[in-house]
Design a protein around this ligand. Structure first.
Ligand SMILES: NC(=O)c1ccc[n+]([C@@H]2O[C@H](COP(=O)([O-])OP(=O)(O)OC[C@H]3O[C@@H](n4cnc5c(N)ncnc54)[C@H](OP(=O)(O)O)[C@@H]3O)[C@@H](O)[C@H]2O)c1
Length: 255
């Protein structure tokens, strides 16, 4: 591969979940800007249509498709829709995430626990399974799983979320080991605190934001584009000798 083509995604089809806003939307933009046909997926088809329309208006290729990654039937229907429209899938960015619980581990509500596991763990697992089945037909692909710094360092009041993200790191390594033989690479990103709806409590000035910033050596909350650059790297040929790896993008939080 020529150095000038390291990040070139022309001719590739990329599925991005949770692409209706936040980190996923930024990743969809970056992959589209670099030539991929991006499938913009989340539960809200209307919002995905808007994001896809923006990508097309910017000169890219994009298709919106609904997918609730916490529901097995929805995952199956999503891949049937992919098969009906595309001959290949080269990239999957498993980015959709849920964190319905904020509170002590000792008071975890079983229904909220189950929802977190269904979206963040079971959903990622089976999205990988469906993607690998397609990627191996044409010699391989790249999967990028969105974990979190909480995978390595649990944080108070979001214990279940952190445990599912630790599971994402483990499943990334398991898929990486077994799917290298098919040419499929599988890596994970561990974002720190990023400016999105997910981390809304950190966006307004106040003691929570001040305490968070004090722990980040780069002294700022990250932006979705900070994560999108890493996703492009892992999705593209630039990372062709990487699989089973985790990239921390956290302003130094875990250093
Ligand atoms: N922001 C941070 O500080 C931070 C830090 C570490 C890790 N992360 C991880 O980064 C990823 C993206 O987070 P974000 O900050 O961009 O969050 P966000 O702005 O809240 O966006 C979440 C996205 O996921 C989609 N989504 C939620 N539940 C879904 C489901 N069951 N099925 C399909 N799509 C679903 C949402 O769209 P719909 O509502 O349309 O479904 C939305 O597009 C998550 O995995 C999160 O855990 C974020």
């Amino acid at each position: 591969m020529k150095a000038s083509q390291l990040f070139d995604l022309n001719g590739k089809v990329a599925v991005v979940t949770g692409a209706s806003r936040g980190i996923g939307e930024a990743i969809a933009q970056v992959l589209s800007d670099n030539g991929a046909h991006v499938v913009v997926a989340s539960r809200r088809l209307e919002r995905c249509e808007e994001v896809a329309a923006d990508l097309r208006a910017a000169g890219g290729q994009a298709t919106a498709l609904a997918c609730h990654v916490g529901e097995m039937a929805a995952i199956e229907a999503f891949w049937a829709a992919i098969d009906a429209r595309f001959e290949r899938v080269d990239i999957l960015v498993n980015n959709a995430g849920s964190n319905p619980i904020f509170g002590p581990v000792t008071e975890t509500d079983p229904a909220a626990f189950q929802k977190t596991v269904d979206v963040n763990f079971r959903g990622y697992w089976f999205m990988c399974q469906y993607a690998v089945a397609r990627m191996r037909r044409h010699g391989g692909g790249s999967i990028v799983n969105m974990a979190s710094v909480t995978a390595e360092r649990p944080m108070e009041n979001i214990g279940v979320y952190g445990a599912t993200k630790a599971a994402v790191v483990n499943l990334t390594q398991a898929y990486a080991r077994e799917c290298a033989q098919y040419g499929v690479r599988v890596n994970a990103i561990l974002p720190g605190l990023i400016n999105t709806k997910f981390a809304a409590a950190l966006q307004t000035e106040g003691p929570v934001r001040t305490a968070a910033l004090a722990q980040i050596p780069l002294r700022r909350i990250g932006d979705p584009i900070d994560i999108a650059g890493a996703a492009l790297f892992l999705a593209s040929g630039a990372s062709s000798y990487m699989t089973g790896a985790t990239l921390r993008i956290d302003g130094g939080l875990l250093a």
